[in-house]
Design a protein around this ligand. Structure first.
Ligand code: FES
Length: 197
């Protein structure tokens, strides 16, 4: 067998602005660069840029926030504040499925806290975290803007309205089981309080 050679000369890649590419060489940063360029590096494109970053990387790790802050010439504290304010941004790796429970006032008075407690107990995970098997991320949010539907949950991106704790539990169980109905997956996903099923 012949020796494989790189046919292209090794030229240092550049980002959309013409500067040096991200030192990690990770090509996903190019996606962020494209969005930055599309919005002409305007600071009010921060949310769009963070969306792209999260889509490309799955969550917003510190390195990404630093990169975006640097590119938009914004203070890191500002970028971090925006990333933590909006429920759709995540600063930690997420599970296969996600369940966000609104804890705004309208939802709170309609038993949102009970829903959180029930899910935490059932799946053995605290809100803001992911189960040890990586199947479910449980998060809470401030008002999701649909108070008339309280209590509101968002399950894998779908808005679910007016849930009792029991209904919410049943839906999350279904969500997890629906993705993989193999015999092994079914036994793996047996809820902690199986008597309720
Ligand atoms: S308080 Fe939950 S949607 Fe407004």
């Amino acid at each position: 067998m012949g020796v494989l050679t790189d046919p292209k000369p090794r030229v240092k890649p550049r980002n959309a602005a013409g500067g040096q590419a991200h030192p990690s060489g990770d090509p996903r940063f190019k996606l962020i660069d494209r969005t930055l360029k599309r919005f002409s590096y305007q600071q009010d494109a921060l949310i769009e840029v963070l969306h792209t970053a999260q889509e490309a990387f799955g969550f917003l790790e510190d390195d990404l926030l630093v990169y975006v802050a640097h590119q938009l010439k914004l203070p890191l504290s500002w970028v971090y504040g925006v990333a933590t304010f909006y429920h759709f941004f995540s600063l930690a790796p997420q599970g296969e499925h996600s369940c966000i429970i609104c804890m705004g006032t309208a939802c709170y008075v309609k038993r949102a806290a009970e829903i959180v407690s029930a899910l935490q107990a059932e799946f053995g995970v605290e809100a803001g975290n992911t189960t040890a098997d990586g199947k479910l991320s449980l998060n809470t949010a401030r008002c999701l803007g649909s108070c008339g539907l309280a209590p509101v949950l968002v399950m894998d991106g779908d808005v679910v309205a007016r849930q009792t704790p029991e209904e919410a539990l049943a839906r999350v169980r279904e969500l997890l089981l629906g993705a993989a109905r193999t015999p092994e997956a079914m036994s793996e996903l047996t809820p902690l309080s199986a008597t309720e099923a």
